[in-house]
Design a protein around this ligand. Structure first.
Ligand code: NAD
Length: 467
């Protein structure tokens, strides 16, 4: 099916409830059998996953092209290659991470040695969204496996071709008692959420994040929630505008704007607004040519519901760049909207598409006040060469993570824990943070037995006088 872009109606087959319950029981028994405790077993599983990814590269690229015409280069760099890098890092570091970590002593426990032991939780549930359908289920899986857990993966029903390849790849690679994919839509996810897992890792919308956390509360299951929101990009009057335009256009229009950390809206100093918009026009033309519809490097909107929602936003403000759209192929051109205010629908919810509304400010105080009056975003980007202003943005604004003078890049460094804050998420992962997240950090004191100082034991007498 190479290079066929299939416009799917999206029929979802829900999982058989009894099969799901049986599977969970088997995974729990397998975990209890201690099979996952050995570090060389875990490394073997991670190596197998790396092999499987390498042998399914073309299939995955074709599937994502079929699902939303995702360009092969983006599929490789933001999905397959991204997961392979994470695997390589974990394979290199796992032995060190898994060792009991020695911590300092307190004289009160003398004689003793204290350690933090990383112990797997058990069976993890990993629920993914459609926008990066591979990496957002496999990167959590790497953490889960490295830490010694079993896992059930529920990929998105909105990218059926990719989810089918993931299911096939996983079933060819792992014992189902260790890792299995369960496919389905909302009913299947709700069935899974009603069960007792040992950890739940969810990536998706804030709205569904609330549903997940409520379900987890029933069993007091620990959760990580990787959610969304409106991530601002602020451009100051002293920024290098050509550079800013290229880096903003790249982060915004990659995956056709359907990226959780994409710049959602632009907040630009009013003195440089017109020049920045002109520079954006040049960047978009350089990236996608005169007719982005014919560019092989520009993805499509995932389904009709999202297409209708997004094309509705084209009524807001004034279209300065782009605006062309086509329902049949679910194409929306890279678009910049001017004259937008907070009352417009495009400013109410996360956009999640190739439409960039432009708001202005005259003083940084005002930009900071506007952003802080909204929910805490997943990402924030600030373009300026003024270090005082950079410092103010970092200190005064609350957001999950971000960049100074770039977009998206904080996600690329596996040494940086990635996650949101407030409505944009709970907890963070990648690299060592993933290993720690999927491990119960068990604190243990080993007391020496050669002496037993009696100071703590009753009767206390008048010892209070000496403390
Ligand atoms: P979504 O919340 O609609 O769906 C995510 C998953 O939840 C899917 O597997 C879906 O089957 C399931 N689901 C949907 N409705 C449900 C319900 N009522 N009950 C139980 N399960 C349900 O999200 P999406 O549209 O697939 O993804 C887009 C959202 O994800 C955006 O908000 C985006 O910002 C966010 N996102 C966040 C990150 C991150 O790392 N923080 C990454 C990618 C996407």
């Amino acid at each position: 099916s190479t290079n066929t872009y299939v416009n799917r109606a999206g029929t979802v087959t829900e999982a058989d409830p009894q099969a799901v319950l049986d599977l969970l029981k088997q995974q729990k028994a397998y975990f209890a059998g201690g099979h996952t405790l050995d570090i060389s077993f875990r490394k073997e599983q991670l190596r197998r996953l790396l092999e499987a990814l390498r042998s399914h590269e073309q299939e995955l690229m074709d599937a994502m092209y079929a699902d939303f015409r995702k360009p092969a280069f983006e599929t490789y760099t933001t999905e397959i290659g991204f997961v392979e890098k994470e695997l390589q890092l974990v394979l290199k570091k796992i032995v060190r991470w898994a060792k009991p970590q020695s911590v300092g002593e307190t004289l009160l426990n003398f004689p003793a040695r204290s350690y933090v032991y990383s112990q797997p939780y058990g069976v993890a549930l990993i629920i993914g969204p459609w926008n990066y359908p591979l990496q957002l289920v496999l990167n959590p899986l790497i953490g889960a496996l490295a830490a010694g857990n079993c896992a059930i993966i529920k990929p998105s029903e909105l990218t059926p071709a990719t989810s089918a390849v993931i299911a096939r790849l996983i079933s060819k690679t792992f014992d189902p008692r260790l890792v299995t994919v369960v496919q389905g839509g909302v009913p299947t996810t709700q069935l899974l959420l009603a069960q007792r897992f040992d950890y739940i890792f969810f990536t998706g919308s804030t709205q569904v994040g609330r549903v997940v956390m409520k379900a987890a509360a029933e069993h007091l299951t620990p959760v990580t929630l990787e959610l969304g929101g409106k991530s601002p990009v602020i451009v100051a009057e002293d920024a290098d505008l050509g550079l800013a335009a290229r880096r903003i256009a790249w982060g915004k229009f990659m995956n056709a704007g359907q990226t959780c950390v994409a710049p959602d809206y632009l907040l630009v100093h009013e003195q440089v607004k017109d020049e920045l918009i002109e520079r954006l026009r040049i960047a978009i033309q350089e990236f996608y040519g005169d007719s982005p519809r014919h560019s092989p490097d520009f993805a499509r909107i995932v389904n009709d519901r999202h297409y209708r929602r997004l094309s509705g936003y084209l009524q807001d403000g004034v279209v300065r760049i782009g605006g062309q759209h086509d329902a049949d192929s679910r194409f929306i051109a890279p678009t910049v909207l001017d004259q937008v205010n907070w009352q417009h629908p495009v400013m109410q919810d996360e956009i999640f598409g190739p439409i960039l509304p432009v708001l202005t400010y005259t003083h940084l105080d005002e930009a900071i006040r506007q952003v802080n009056s909204k929910e805490k975003p997943l990402a924030l980007y600030f373009f300026s060469s003024n270090e005082v202003q950079q410092q103010r943005v970092l200190e005064e604004l609350h957001f999950g993570g971000g960049c100074i003078n770039d977009t998206i890049s904080h996600l690329i460094n596996p040494n940086l824990p990635f996650g949101g804050v407030g409505e944009s998420g709970v907890g963070s992962y990648h690299g060592q943070a993933s290993f720690e997240l999927f491990s119960n950090q068990k604190s243990v004191v080993h007391r020496g037995t050669w002496i037993d100082l009696p100071l703590r034991y009753p009767p206390y007498g008048n010892r209070l006088a000496f403390v």
